[in-house]
Design a protein around this ligand. Structure first.
Ligand SMILES: Nc1nc2c(c(=O)[nH]1)N[C@H]1C(S)=C(S)[C@@H](COP(=O)(O)OP(=O)(O)OC[C@H]3O[C@@H](n4cnc5c(=O)[nH]c(N)nc54)[C@H](O)[C@@H]3O)O[C@H]1N2
Ligand SMILES: Nc1nc2c(c(=O)[nH]1)N[C@H]1C(S)=C(S)[C@@H](COP(=O)(O)OP(=O)(O)OC[C@H]3O[C@@H](n4cnc5c(=O)[nH]c(N)nc54)[C@H](O)[C@@H]3O)O[C@H]1N2
Ligand code: SF4
Ligand SMILES: [Mo]
Length: 710
């Protein structure tokens, strides 16, 4: 059949148009460069992806792709892709590898892991997942089956600290019900850069009258749509939230019915907020008092208001959990918890609906395993998060206390994720056995004794569900590059080699997923019938669930004063303390390092460490650049493009200057994970929040100086 009679074969080929004439076939898959997992139409010819486009019928990305997604072919076929298992030759410091077979590799891994388990206990082996998400339930099950409590992930810097804050306040988290809201308080998240697929819905809601209050030091694409933008000094969110609460309480704008019936600790909280007058709050946060009052009134007196915050910017501070508690306390204070147009409670899992994921992954109770890494020093983390905290991992590797950590099986390890990344790198060299499974031979993979090749989303099966009810099961659209394999299949094969008697894992990925999603009422077979994805029956989640069941906190109510924090010896109220290193808390240090360093605010073309190597995305911002306000640039005679030294009291890196109003005066912003200018070298390994263990990536002290060309 001729599909395009008006075009010549040359034209069809040049346009990479699918059809009989060109032998180009469109196959459905997803992009896994970030967690949005946009639907992709991959044009495949002779087993090679020759073009990628967004899937039009996918309700999440609606046919669009971002700059990173458009560069997927450079990602899949990059020369750094690992093509076979690799065994290190010539000792720890060597970077020479020899290709070996999968059988040899899995034999070596299982025998070394079992030997170390025998000698030092299963807890001495760590199971780690970096940014990759979908393998996690399988990896945790493998860790617990092996007997190790030390399954940990990149979530040691992402999302869980906000979850902890929400659990302390409410026992659970509530998502912004934007479509039904009159006012949206966007507290430090920039979806235009970090979640591009979500932006069209947000813009639609703004078009139909949604009021926006944006909180954040940086100017973002949202700022031009915002009714109010509070350009806060980094690390002072807690004070701003308490200041808004002060206005709301003093002006009687709070929901007294909710507060009286459903909260504990309100009197202490009310008393505490008294000191956060608008002018005192301005003094701390740099936000004008009048704007604080205006924002508090708009948020509290709109008929419905919701709060949207990011997974990390409010908690990448040494005072992060308490800051985030203060922010989300505003939801309860104004009666916007679990109501239409407020913040609603929806089932949480990697799959977006009710599943048996928890049962699947926690295959052994904590009481039957050794304590997790840093369990004693982070009791609240250990009580509220069902995995180990990875940030203190290098400290335990170095000290061997309370027990030695000797081996690590890591999927997607990037030592530049850790504050004091050189310290993490050194600790990895001390391990007796390190395995890294990655797509690319990264600087971290080069430290491993054995490296295994993982494959991309284009080369494997995957289950993905977009909230609230669109799901896809993908088949591989091309053969795996080289001998690479899917992470989940690697885990399943390893479980077998390790002799784990796990009847579920033995049945393979599909059977495991079917077991996990059983409560949803659909199966993988159902999804196979719809290659581009399908709508599932929408689950009605009722509002005001707490009125039936109470809050899942120790008191059964929302806790302005947290009983869990009190028991663990922390402040029960969401008390504001300065970041450990700020111009206020460390004036001596600020003499030499007067600027505030804010690291890792997202740039649209970079995804942590992953897309620097892609020519298209790298070309959009070739050099590592620090954003500096014109006032600070002028004072130091620094112009855009100048080579500068960005320093903290710990270390310094060389970058280019980018003079921009995007950052307020006194603040320097720098993206993280650049291989040649790693900003995490500038941060102390223990510069962390005492409750969550999260690093203070977004508020510390620095200086920039021009490097004179010879
Ligand atoms: N392109 C791209 N997208 C990504 C990622 C990526 O690396 N690249 N990473 C993904 C991941 S893992 C995450 S966690 C999300 C994060 O994505 P977002 O939640 O959007 O977080 P950021 O971009 O770090 O910061 C958003 C805003 O927070 C504000 N902010 C920064 N510091 C402070 C502060 O100290 N106080 C206050 N109140 N506000 C502050 C700034 O104004 C900034 O614009 O992005 C995800 N999406
Ligand atoms: N200074 C500073 N540091 C930060 C942050 C910050 O804002 N500032 N943000 C923090 C946050 S929020 C996060 S989430 C972390 C991100 O933490 P990282 O884990 O460092 O994230 P990535 O660099 O995206 O991915 C890690 C590795 O996973 C590999 N990988 C990708 N896909 C796959 C796959 O399917 N399988 C396997 N096996 N490997 C894969 C990649 O190639 C890469 O080498 O960084 C944190 N670090
Ligand atoms: S937002 Fe971009 S990188 Fe993320 S999944 Fe979509 S296309 Fe891929
Ligand atoms: Mo993150």
């Amino acid at each position: 059949m001729i599909s395009h009679p008006d075009l010549s074969i040359e034209q069809l080929q040049e346009g990479k148009i699918s059809g009989f004439e060109t032998q180009i076939e469109i196959k459905k898959t997803t992009c896994a460069i970030c967690s949005a997992n946009c639907g992709i139409d991959a044009s495949v010819k002779d087993g090679v992806v020759i073009k990628v486009e967004g899937t039009a019928e996918n309700p999440a990305n609606k046919g669009t792709l971002c700059s990173k997604g458009a560069a997927n072919r450079q990602y899949i076929y990059h020369e750094d892709r690992i093509r076979t298992p690799l065994l290190k030759r010539g000792g720890k410091n060597s970077t020479e590898f020899e290709p070996i077979s999968w059988d040899q590799a899995l034999d070596i891994i299982s025998s070394r892991m079992l030997e170390i388990k025998d000698q030092s206990g299963p807890e001495s082996v760590v199971f780690f997942s970096g940014f990759p998400k979908r393998l996690r339930p399988f990896l945790k099950r493998l860790a617990h089956g092996f007997g190790s409590p030390n399954y940990c992930t990149e979530s040691s810097t992402c999302f869980y600290a906000t979850l902890i804050a929400n659990k302390l306040n409410y026992g659970c988290a509530g998502e912004a019900d934007i479509q039904n809201s009159e006012c949206l308080l966007v507290w430090s998240t920039n979806p235009f850069h970090s979640a591009t697929a979500d932006v069209s819905n947000l813009l639609d809601a703004i078009d139909t009258g949604l009021k926006i209050i944006e909180v954040g030091p940086l100017i973002t694409p949202l700022s031009s749509h915002a009714d109010i933008h509070l350009r806060i000094r980094p690390g002072t969110s807690g004070a701003l939230a308490l200041g808004m609460a002060h206005v709301i309480i003093e002006e009687g704008l709070y929901d007294s019915d909710f507060v009286n019936h459903w909260t504990v600790g309100f009197d202490e909280y009310r008393k505490y907020t008294k000191q956060f007058t608008p002018s005192a709050t301005e003094e701390i946060t740099s936000v004008p008092a009048a704007s604080i009052i205006q924002a508090a009134r708009l948020y509290a007196s709109s008929k419905t208001s919701s709060l949207m915050s990011g997974a990390s910017p409010t908690v990448h501070h040494t005072n992060g959990v308490q800051n985030h508690r203060a922010i989300t306390a505003l939801i309860g204070l104004t009666g916007n918890f679990d109501r239409k147009g407020g913040n609603r409670v929806i089932p949480s899992s990697h799959y977006g609906f009710n599943t048996r994921q928890d049962e699947f992954e926690q295959s052994k109770p904590w009481s039957e395993m050794a304590p997790r890494i840093a369990q004693e020093v982070l009791p609240v983390w250990s009580e509220l998060v069902e995995q180990a905290q990875a940030i203190p991992l290098p400290a335990q590797i170095h000290s061997g206390k309370p027990y030695p950590i000797r081996a690590m099986l890591a999927f997607g390890l990037n030592y530049r994720m850790w504050p004091g990344s050189d310290n993490m790198k050194e600790s990895l060299k001390k391990l007796d056995f390190l395995v890294d499974i990655d797509l690319f031979l990264t600087d971290s993979a080069k430290l491993a004794d054995l490296v295994l090749p993982a494959c991309t989303s284009f080369e494997k099966n995957d289950l993905r569900v977009w909230s609230p009810n669109y799901a896809i099961w993908t088949e591989p659209v091309i053969k795996p590059v080289g001998e690479s394999r899917s992470d989940i299949n690697i885990i399943i094969d390893l479980a077998d080699k390790l002799g784990l008697d796990d009847p579920l894992l033995k049945q393979g990925q599909e059977a495991c997923l079917d077991w996990i999603i059983k409560p949803s009422g659909f199966t993988i077979s159902d999804l196979k019938a719809a290659p581009g994805g399908m709508f599932l029956p929408e689950i009605e989640t009722p509002f005001f669930q707490y009125k039936e069941k109470g809050f899942p906190t120790p008191s059964g109510k929302m806790e302005f004063c947290s009983s869990i924090l009190k028991k663990a010896g922390y402040d029960a109220l969401p008390k504001y303390v300065e970041p450990k290193h700020s111009p206020v808390s460390a004036p001596e240090m600020a003499l030499d390092y007067p600027l505030i360093l804010n690291t890792g605010s997202r740039l649209p073309m970079f995804m942590h460490s992953r897309t620097f190597r892609l020519p298209w995305t790298r070309a959009l911002r070739h050099d590592p650049m620090a954003d500096i306000n014109p006032i600070d640039g002028e004072r130091r005679d620094i112009k855009t493009g100048d080579t500068i030294k960005l320093s903290t009291h710990r270390s310094s890196i060389t970058v280019k200057a980018h003079i921009t109003q995007r950052v307020p005066p006194g603040v320097v912003a720098m993206f993280h994970a650049y291989p040649e200018a790693d900003v995490n070298l500038l941060i102390e390994p223990d510069y962390c929040d005492p409750i969550s263990g999260y690093p203070g990536f977004k508020s510390l002290l620095c200086e920039v100086t021009k490097i004179m060309d010879d």
